[in-house]
Design a protein around this ligand. Structure first.
Ligand code: TYD
Length: 138
């Protein structure tokens, strides 16, 4: 059984000028990245996400500030806090996720394994649960 919460610790290249992190597909990120997007200017009381992906794998990095993310695989769920630019949270396929509690300065960067494709989204929790239950019968 896959781990529900999987963090990736990034190596930091530091010197007197500051810190640098390089993210490379199939090296410190376990997939080839096709897309990077980032969220900023969120309201602390307006959560986002509320979907799962059929085939797109993602890695979320809070490069500034903090936010919470709920990860739910249909059997287990957990809320973790993203508050560090030196680690990423893997969001696997069929993991329902909800982001909330954004700090005012939060910048949430997400690396994705595929280009944007609305047909890859499952935006109904009931449909998500039906698919999870169906898979567990196979
Ligand atoms: P949405 O999936 O609702 O954001 P979140 O999961 O953070 O709540 O996306 C908001 C809008 O942006 C929606 O119209 C789809 C669009 N979008 C893109 O065009 N490309 C992308 O890579 C992403 C992630 C979203």
């Amino acid at each position: 059984m896959k781990k529900l919460i999987e963090w990736i610790d990034f190596p930091v290249i530091s010197d007197e000028r500051g810190n640098l992190i390089a993210l490379e597909g199939m090296k410190n990120i376990p997939f080839e990245m096709k897309r990077v997007y980032y969220l900023f200017g969120m309201q602390p009381n307006i959560p986002r996400g509320f979907h799962a992906h059929k085939a797109i794998v993602q890695c979320a990095v809070c490069v500034k500030g903090s936010c919470d993310i709920l990860i739910d695989n249909g059997t287990e769920k957990q809320i973790v806090t993203l508050d560090s630019p030196v680690k990423g949270l893997l969001i696997d396929v069929m993991q329902w996720h909800e982001m909330s509690n954004f700090s005012q300065d939060c910048v949430l960067m997400v690396l994705a394994s595929k280009h944007y494709d609305e047909s890859d989204y499952i935006r109904s929790y009931d449909v998500f649960m039906d698919i999870v239950k169906g898979e567990s019968l196979e």
